[in-house]
Design a protein around this ligand. Structure first.
Ligand code: TMP
Length: 214
């Protein structure tokens, strides 16, 4: 049996990490083997790269170096965690993946989308999510959620969160453009809905995906 690969995407403070965890809990109760991971991060090497990328001390990083570090972290994650888990039949839930690079480095920073697509192909070996949940939210609200310190252990903004609102607005528009290109894979949800409404919508999508595969 081959596993299922689901990613969660969205801007800052969109709630994707919370919903990923809730879905993981739900699927485990149904008896699935669930692997939760995050991009960047998810491996020892990825954690080091993540710290480097998010640290306000990395303010001098160039756009191209930033892009390559995200891709490097992902290359390791795919080989070390995601591909083996899918091969043994697990449900893999990943907090961000290739769409983040298109949205942030492509639409946000203005780097060439085709180049990013090629790099994504190289680092993933062509592995694409079966389903992507995009939590869409006005970045004003998302950034406010971040600074209100609703996330444990985080009191100040990281390097990306500290970017101007216009950057985050381009990312939101970019994500929505990606969803229009691949409406079957990328399912857009209004992140301003209640926790329970989003949770039910996520379960529906995952149920539909699993139903279509077995
Ligand atoms: P998060 O996982 O806590 O959301 O933080 C990761 C940050 O990195 C977030 O600001 C989005 C950003 N990011 C990119 O800019 N490009 C990428 O390819 C990925 C995966 C994340």
């Amino acid at each position: 049996m081959k596993g299922v690969f689901v990613t969660f995407e969205g801007g800052e403070g969109s709630g994707k990490t919370t919903h990923l965890k809730r879905l993981a809990h739900y699927l485990r109760d149904l008896g699935d083997e669930v692997v939760e991971t995050r991009d960047p991060g998810g491996t020892t090497i990825g954690k080091e790269i993540r710290t480097l990328l998010l640290s306000p001390e990395s303010a001098a990083i160039s756009d191209s170096a930033e892009l390559l570090l995200y891709e490097a972290s992902r290359a390791q994650l795919v080989r070390e965690v995601i591909t083996p888990a899918i091969a043994r039949g697990a449900v893999v839930l990943c907090d961000r993946f290739t769409d983040s690079t298109l949205a942030y480095q492509g639409f946000g920073r203005g780097l060439d989308l085709n180049l990013i697509r090629q790099l994504n192909l190289f680092t993933t070996g062509g592995l694409a999510p079966n389903l992507t949940i995009l939590l869409d939210l006005n970045p004003r609200i998302g950034l406010e959620r971040c600074t209100r310190g609703s996330r444990p252990g985080l009191t100040s903004r990281d390097r990306l969160e500290a970017e101007p609102l216009s950057f985050h607005q381009r990312i939101r528009e970019g994500y929505l453009a990606l969803a229009r290109e691949e409406p079957e894979r990328i399912r857009v949800m209004n992140a301003a809905m209640s926790m329970h409404e989003i949770e039910a919508a996520v379960r529906d999508e995952v149920g539909r995906l699993k139903g279509s595969r077995f």
